[in-house]
Design a protein. Structure first.
Length: 203
C-alpha cells in the first residue's frame, strides 16, 4: 500500500484536513528525530503512512471516540497506535494516555503533543499503579500472556483489549489460559496480509 492509498483509507475514517496537516508535521518531526534516535525501523521510514499511521488508525473500527471513555496505550514508542487515535479524537470526554518507559521516546512524545496541541497524557510506568481504562491498545509492548496478566491484575473491569500482532497471533492465543470472562475475535489487518488484530472483551 502506497502513501496515496493509505491517506485515502484515513479519509474514510473521517480524518479531517486539519488532522492531515498535523499528521504531516508529526511525520516530519518523526523523521528528524529518527535520524538521531531509533524510534522506528529505518526500513519503514518510506512507508510511515501505511505501516505506522494507518496501522494505528484501523483500531478506530473497534470503538467510537464520540463516547466518554478512557483509552491507554501500552508501550506506545513513537506514538503508535495511541497518539494517532488521540490526534483523531475531538471529544474532550474521550481521554487518551500513552505509556512509554524510554525517556528519549517520552521526550519526543511530549514535544509532539505540545507542538500539535493534543489532549494526551504521557506516563512512564505501566506497573506503577492500578490502571483506570475502558480501552487498552498495544502494538509492540509485551508478549500476549504478559498483557493478559496486566489486564487481570491491574485494570478495572470491564474493558476492551485491542492488540496489533503478527502472523503468530493465533499461536500466542492458543498458549494462554483464558478465564471465562475473556472472549476474543481475531481480525485481519488492513495494512499487512500476515498481521492480525486481537480484540478481547473483558467482563
Amino acid at each position: 500500500m502506497d502513501d496515496f492509498e493509505a491517506k485515502k483509507a484515513l479519509k474514510n475514517f473521517k480524518f479531517t484536513d486539519n488532522d492531515f496537516i498535523k499528521l504531516d508535521i508529526f511525520v516530519n518531526e518523526l523523521l528528524k528525530f529518527n535520524s538521531r534516535y531509533n524510534l522506528i525501523s529505518k526500513n519503514t521510514e518510506k512507508s510511515i503512512w501505511s505501516r505506522h499511521i494507518l496501522d494505528s488508525a484501523q483500531l478506530l473500527n473497534f470503538f467510537s471516540t464520540k463516547k466518554e471513555a478512557k483509552l491507554v496505550d501500552f508501550g506506545t514508542g513513537a506514538g503508535f497506535p495511541g497518539l494517532i487515535i488521540g490526534l483523531y479524537n475531538k471529544n474532550p470526554e474521550f481521554h487518551v494516555k500513552l505509556y512509554e518507559k524510554s525517556s528519549v521516546k517520552r521526550d519526543f512524545l511530549n514535544d509532539i503533543v505540545k507542538k500539535l496541541n493534543l489532549n494526551i497524557e504521557i506516563e512512564e510506568n505501566v506497573y506503577k499503579c492500578n490502571i483506570n481504562a475502558d480501552i487498552v491498545v498495544s502494538r509492540a509492548f509485551k508478549k500476549l500472556d504478559e498483557i493478559i496478566k496486566i489486564s487481570r491484575e491491574m485494570i478495572n473491569k470491564p474493558h476492551k483489549l485491542l492488540i496489533l500482532k503478527g502472523k503468530s497471533a493465533q499461536d500466542e492465543i492458543n498458549k494462554l489460559s483464558l478465564d471465562h470472562n475473556y472472549s476474543y475475535k481475531l481480525k485481519d489487518s488492513m495494512t499487512d496480509a500476515d498481521s492480525k488484530i486481537i480484540a478481547f472483551d473483558v467482563t
